[in-house]
Design a protein around this ligand. Structure first.
Ligand code: FAQ
Length: 316
């Protein structure tokens, strides 16, 4: 019976029919999606912190408004994604409990510090740029609620990428000190950005099954290569140098070759030992604890309204 259901399920996937919350699905498909979507949601929420750090220090009102809007968008992305994950049977409270206890993962990239204003440019350009590369294919992922959430997320990410690139463009057209600041930000964010796509394909335990189920449409290495290929020209336009001496165009492959990623560092960061992991987690836990009174007040208000509505029904 289970085998037959699994065949029908795979058939639907092969025919590009979306899987919806009430459809039968293999338990492992549900768990894989819950893992990926909840990690993605956590990444959006934790991802507000490095840039949130600069809202009060933005150099002018226009920059402040744009950065504020961007950080708010990330909160929205987290909320759509938690909602999509909830359709798979786990509550938002449970997902947050996993984040706060350190059990759940979130993207490695958000464990690096934002040291200068140029980091706002580098994050928008590189981190949102990498996110777009990874997330546009997710608009066609096989699970309906995830795919639909990603359509809006990607539109907003594209504004974020331009916002960041424009900051870099302004800095690189500015004084020598501003140009140096932009180069320094690129130096620090380049390698973490290309690591963000995840381990190499031969060391990516989830990829094969996720590709078969069309949760992922491209492998980690394919997406990383696409990102490097489009970003090199953008760095040239800025007059900045990508910090990789092995980066060069390979005529035969029709792609850029690039240097070796420091996977030890990546796995250390994922394991909780990056430069800002503890700080990031503490900020999220504090926000949760300090917001307890809001949740209590909202619940009490909802109960009061419900009781009032019930009394009115009874009286009628
Ligand atoms: N960081 O077998 P794979 C954003 C883990 S949102 C930490 O290849 P998979 C927007 C992986 O979970 C950024 N852990 O795994 C924004 C797995 O561990 P597990 C987030 C990572 O799932 C911008 C293990 O390594 N985007 O940037 C990372 O098939 C600016 C083995 O890896 C998404 O979440 C990593 N970088 O492929 C916000 C997109 N990479 O769970 C604010 C959706 C891998 O088995 C400001 N997710 N790991 O214990 C995906 O596309 C996939 O989940 C991958 C990983 C590609 C991230």
């Amino acid at each position: 019976m289970e085998i037959k259901l699994e065949e029908i399920f795979q058939d639907k996937i092969d025919q590009e029919i979306k899987i919806e919350p009430r459809d039968w699905m293999p338990e492992k498909y549900r768990k894989t999606l819950l893992r990926q979507i909840s990690q993605h949601a956590h990444s959006e929420i934790v991802g507000m912190l490095p840039e949130g750090n600069w809202i009060t220090r933005a150099p002018n009102l226009r920059r402040k408004v744009a950065l504020l809007a961007k950080v708010q968008d990330e909160a929205g992305h987290g909320l759509y994604l938690y909602s999509a994950a909830e359709t798979l049977g786990m509550s938002r409270d449970e997902m947050l409990e996993e984040l706060h206890s350190g059990k759940a993962k979130y993207s490695s990239i958000f464990n690096y510090p934002t040291l200068t204003w140029a980091d706002m440019g580098a994050i928008g350009w590189l981190v949102d740029g990498a996110a777009i590369m990874n997330q546009v294919p997710l608009c066609r992922t096989s699970y309906g609620p995830y795919a639909r959430a990603m359509v809006r997320v990607c539109k907003e990410e594209s504004f974020h990428q331009r916002q960041g690139y424009e900051i870099m463009l302004t800095l690189t057209k500015g004084s020598e000190a501003q140009k140096a600041m932009a180069q320094d930000a690129l130096n620090r964010w380049w390698w973490p950005s290309i690591s963000m796509f995840g381990p190499n394909d031969d060391n990516s335990p989830n990829s094969a099954q996720s590709m078969k189920w069309k949760i992922k449409r491209f492998s980690n290495d394919e997406l990383r290569q696409k990102f490097v290929d489009v970003t090199v020209a953008q760095a040239e336009l800025l007059g900045l140098t990508i910090p990789d001496k092995d980066l060069k165009w390979n005529e035969e492959r029709g792609h850029y070759d690039f240097g070796a990623i420091n996977w030890d560092e990546f796995f250390q960061v994922v394991a909780g030992n990056g430069p800002c992991n503890k700080q990031r987690l503490k900020a999220r836990v504090d926000a949760w604890e300090n917001g307890a009174w809001v949740r209590e007040a909202a619940t009490a208000y909802a109960e009061k309204r419900e009781a009032k509505a019930n009394n009115q029904i009874e009286a009628a």
